[in-house]
Design a binder for this molecule. Structure first.
Ligand SMILES: Cc1ncc(COP(=O)(O)O)c(C=O)c1O
Length: 374
């Protein structure tokens, strides 16, 4: 027979998921109600409002896709891009590469601005690409590239995109609720995020939001959206509109969890939360550097909540990572793609962003006899 589920109690300091607040776990065990029950409709309305507050947007078309961040990415692209469109995608890591792949599958002509992993895309890079593709339907970039720990400036690129008549699409999976992000002020037209990073809710949902500019593009589509499940013209009436219409069955328990995690964020205050991530990052950074770790990303563009670091010379990263997990119950992430086997990605996100987490990790490292300080 299969045994009762009994996982280890881990300390989650990787690229996500992060530790969940006990209040979020408790919310998940709330009894189920029907997804069209008036009480659940109220819960959906509250979640939508809290997502608007945390994105800092008044966008009416703001809701939660019932699937993880990748589905949010796909929702933005399949709805805004049609065969034959020209789009510009900024690629400086794994997730920019995925956006380009999806846009190609939508039949777009994709112009990639490719930058070395660990660096960011500059306004000058975008200007140069606009000379080759002067009228893009959309320009997409990743605010926080989780594969490298780079934080992409957005504001300075936004005007360039709008002056060229395009939409600005942003991946905020790892930045949302951890670093400054202002959807309306920064002129973002389509944005998606995930729940398992700085929100500290379970993975599996993707809050999204679309500007009025993006709405106009949707209204003027010439072709049907190729995905039924992600077609905004169908799903939007489920999360809003005068009359709720059945579209699919919402993951009720996950929405409970998301609601509680959003309540926690708003109780703390967004700006306090951004500040906490920065302060804990500085504490972690000074301790890591004392042990001989060095950062991949230039200081100016470093994500505070995802620290990508090279280990001191002579260490076996896989061995140390497995000892941290199996002997100390601490999860840190390894590198992806170009940086597989070369860096660690240490997440301090949401509930995992405390000085206690920093101290637990540093003490564990100092305790491992195979670890060689730099
Ligand atoms: C920047 C970024 N975009 C998209 C995704 C995809 O999100 P999910 O794994 O929830 O599908 C991730 C996941 O880590 C991510 O870090």
């Amino acid at each position: 027979m299969y045994k009762e589920l009994n996982t280890s109690t881990r300390i989650l300091m990787g690229p996500g998921p992060s530790d969940a607040h006990p209040r979020v776990l408790k919310a998940m065990s709330t009894p189920l109600i029907g997804h069209l029950d008036p009480e659940f409709v109220t819960i959906m309305d509250e979640v939508k409002e809290m997502v608007q507050k945390t994105f800092i947007t008044k966008n009416h078309l703001t809701f939660v896709v019932s699937a993880p961040g990748s589905a949010g990415m796909e929702t933005c692209l399949v709805n805004l891009v049609e065969p034959g469109d020209e789009v510009i995608i900024c690629v400086n890591g794994v997730f920019g590469g995925r956006m380009a792949d999806i846009a190609e599958r939508c039949g777009a002509t994709v112009h990639k601005i490719e930058k070395e992993w660990g660096t960011v895309v500059s306004a000058a890079d975008v200007k140069k690409m606009l000379e080759i593709c002067p009228k893009p339907k959309l320009v997409a970039l990743v605010h926080a590239e989780t594969s490298t720990g780079a934080l992409q400036p957005i504001k300075e690129i936004s005007d360039l995109v709008h002056d060229a008549g395009g939409l600005l699409m942003v991946d905020a999976v790892t930045s949302y609720c951890g670093v400054e992000l202002r959807v309306d002020d920064w002129g973002i037209d389509a944005i998606y995020t995930g729940t398992q990073k700085n929100l500290s809710a379970p993975p599996g949902l993707s809050p999204v939001s679309f500007s009025n500019r993006a709405l106009k593009v949707l209204e003027n589509r010439k072709t049907k959206v190729q995905s039924w499940f992600l077609d905004l013209s169908l799903v939007k009436n489920y999360w809003g509109g005068a009359k709720r219409a059945y579209h699919h069955t919402a993951p009720v328990s996950s929405v409970y969890a998301l609601r509680e995690s959003l309540r926690i964020v708003l109780e703390e205050g967004l700006e306090n939360r951004w500040k906490r991530h920065q302060e804990v990052h500085l504490a972690l950074k000074s301790k890591l550097e004392r042990l001989g770790f060095t950062y991949l990303v230039e200081e100016q563009y470093r994500l505070p909540n995802l620290n990508s670091v090279f280990l001191p010379e002579g260490n076996d990263e896989a061995l140390l990572r497995s000892k941290l997990l199996n002997e100390y119950n601490i999860e840190v992430g390894g590198g992806l793609g170009t940086f597989a086997g070369k860096i660690w990605r240490i997440g301090i996100m949401g509930e995992s962003c405390t000085l206690n987490h920093v101290n637990m990790l540093i003490s564990a490292l100092e305790d491992i006899k195979e670890f060689k300080k730099g």
